[in-house]
Every structure is written in C-alpha cells, then in structure tokens.
Design a protein around this ligand. Sequence first.
Ligand code: EPZ
Length: 420
Amino acid sequence: MGKILVGGDVCLKGEIPVQGSKNAALPIMAGAVLHKGCTVLHNCPRISDVYNMEKMLINLGAKIHWEGHTLIIDCSRICEIAVEEGLSGRMRSSVMLMGSMLGRCGRVQIGYPGGCVIGKRPIDYHLDLFADMGVNIDREGQQLILSCNGLRGVCHRFPRPSVGATENGILAAVHAEEPVVLENCAREPEIGYLCAFLRCMGADIDGDGTDRICIGGGSRLHDGEYTIPADRIAAGTLLLSGAITRGQVNLAGAPRRDMDELLKVYEKMGGQFSWNGGTLLTDSRHVKKSVGRIVTDVYPGFPTDLQSPLMAVCCTLEGESRIRETIFEDRFRAAGQLARMGARIVTAGDEALVKGPVRLTGRTVRAQDLRGGAALVVAGLAARGQTVVECQEYIERGYESFYEEINLLGGRIVKMDSEA
Ligand code: EPZ
C-alpha cells in the first residue's frame, strides 16, 4: 500500500480545470457493449476505476485504445460472456455490465461487485428488476449467471431511488423487446449523462432527471461520440480544499447545474462565489461559521460523496455542525482518522456531531475508502505539520490528479513509493 505526504498550513490559490466524471464514465463505458460498433468518449478521466472497466471490456472482446483523454471503444466483437473473476470485485460499477451484456448477448457471468466499503451495498434492486424482465439468475459460488431469451418490456418500480439500479435498468431496457418504464428512479446527473450518451447512439429514452424513465426498447444503435461532463464530486472536493485553507480556488468547467446544494452549504460557512462563464470562482477568506445541520440525500439533496470532505472542513469551523448520512450505513469511517488529527467528532448511528474550531495536527492516518481518503488530504492541508495518508490507492480510484492539482494551487503533496 502506498502513501502520500501532505504539507499543512497551506492557503490554496489559483485555477484548475475539473476532470471528467468518474460516475458518468463508468456506466457509459459499460453501455458501449450495447452497440456492435465504435464508441468515442472524450474527456474520460484516467483513473484506476476506468482502467479496471477497460480491462473488463477487453476481457469480453472489446478493442480499446486511448488518445489523450479520448477513449475509443470498439465492441464489434463480444466473444466472451464471463467477466474475468477478480475484476468485478474491484469496484461497484462492474454491476453495470449485467444490464449491457443482457441487452447485447442475453447472457453474462459475473462476480458480485466490489467498491468502497461504506455499507452493505446489496444488488437486490438490480436483480429484482432483471427477474421482472424475464432474466434467469443462477448462482455458482461467488459467480452470478444471468440469462434470458429476450428482455421483457415491463413497468417496474424500485423500492427506493438507486443510482446503479436505475442505470442498470436503462442499459438492459435499450434492447428490450418492448418499452420499459422505470419508476421511483434516482435523479442524479450521471443518469442523465448516461441517457444523453445512449440517445447520441440512437436509443429512445425519455424522463431522465425525473423519477419516471421510459425506454423505447428494441433500439438499433449506431456509432457515437460523447464528451464526459465534468465531475461534480471532484469539483466539490477541490472547492472544499480551498475552503479549509481559506484560499481562493477557481474551477474551470465546473458543472454549474450540479453544484447548487454544495454552494448553499459553502455560503453558510461564509464562502463567497461567482461564475465567470464556465468557471466557478470561490473565495474562502471569510469561511468561519459552522454549517449547522446537513443531511445527505438523493439528488438534488446534498451528495453523500461530499459528506466526508465536508466533515473535514467542519472541524475547522466555529461551533457545532451536525451531519446526518442517510444513503449509506457506514460512511463515517473518516471520522476516526480525523480524530487522530485532533478533530472533535462524535458519531452515533447515522449522525455525526463535529465541534470546532480545532487546530488539526498532522498525523499518520489511513484511507479506508475513496471519499474518506480525499477527506484526510483535505484535513492535512490545514493541519499543523505534515500528514501521512496511507493506502492512497483508494483516492486514485476516483481522482485523476488530485495531488498535482493541490500542488498547482500552492499545496505540498509528495507521493511515496509503496516500498518506501
Ligand atoms: C452510486 O453508487 C455511486 N457510484 C456512489 O459513488 C454514490 O455514493 C451513490 O451512487 C449514491 O449517490 C457510482 O456511480 C459508481 P445506490 P450506487 O444504488 O449505485 C442501497 C463514489 O464515491 N441499495 O444509489 O452503489 C445501497 O446500499 C461512489 O464515487 C440497495 O439496498 O448507489 C445504498 O444504501 C461511492 N440495493 C442506497 O441503496 C440495491 O440493489 C443507494 O445506493 C442497490 C442499492
């Protein structure tokens, strides 16, 4: 496991372009399987989760190559129905290959997905939908074998909004024999991006962004080209890095429509922002006040993926901040590591009480998931002395060049080789 050294007491200033969205790129890459031809994805983030999805697609028979941040995927030939064991368990998004492979071949063998350990993260909503669409689901050890003779058109209501299950349903429905209506869908922007991509390939989809999505079924797809939109979570993490250091960070290409909830919280703490065309200008010199009570929620609520980085900032704010995590059962793991740095955080069930301001102290801490790891870097920027963040590989799953970006803004992050 590698580690990074994070210099403290910095004040970040400058402008950074926002990377392409991890949580848009991954389901879209899985969606390329639906088309017996070529898909070109621009602004694709070069992160380990994308490389893992690339490996799985190649393993199934796709031909893939990069040209800078453009990913060219040729799925003319899919000659394998089994996803290589050990790959699917590396991340959550491998589950998307169920919907696209069922649509393409009517059959797929795949292990249970992995992903950040932030809760149980079952896939019952996905499997219940597939069963509703006429898919047989067999289990062989840790492997799932899904098969069907065509996908039935259905009207299916999810028990609760699920980003992945909504995306998987859309992927499976594109080639269903009859129209599919999905109800109680998640409304995250990444679902809209997946639908925009599929529409540019010829799919017939309406309703994305609402809780009811209709997919025409039986779509004949054609070659397509799509630009992955900016990553709202990466943008939010950089904004919060500026906030904790009381700096002035500008985010070029930040996804304007997807940042409202975070910007409301940012203003509550005293942050000031404006837009200059497509660039978000932030000024954190007056960041001081606690944010009061924050509740994570499905979109358009406060994003659970920014809960840990926000918690780090709350440690440095005056007063009590209460954070309630309603999406995942075990997403306060960063709190224990922040406490090692002197943070005053008490967690009980789905609530965390953060008391501040505290002068954090650099310590050796350990990343345990992607966003929790990012939160430790954010905290290290404001800490006294140096913070060593171990297991930084978690961070590299979702952030393409987080350390370099922080250093360009005036930070001092050094990556140590794993054997060091
Ligand atoms: C996606 O995960 C994102 N990952 C997550 O981002 C994000 O936190 C999450 O959506 C919520 O916004 C990707 O897009 C790759 P869900 P997903 O299905 O699809 C329960 C990051 O850091 N549930 O909306 O797995 C589930 O346990 C990652 O980038 C079931 O019970 O999230 C959770 O409590 C972390 N059964 C809730 O629903 C199911 O079949 C929401 O999960 C599916 C989900």
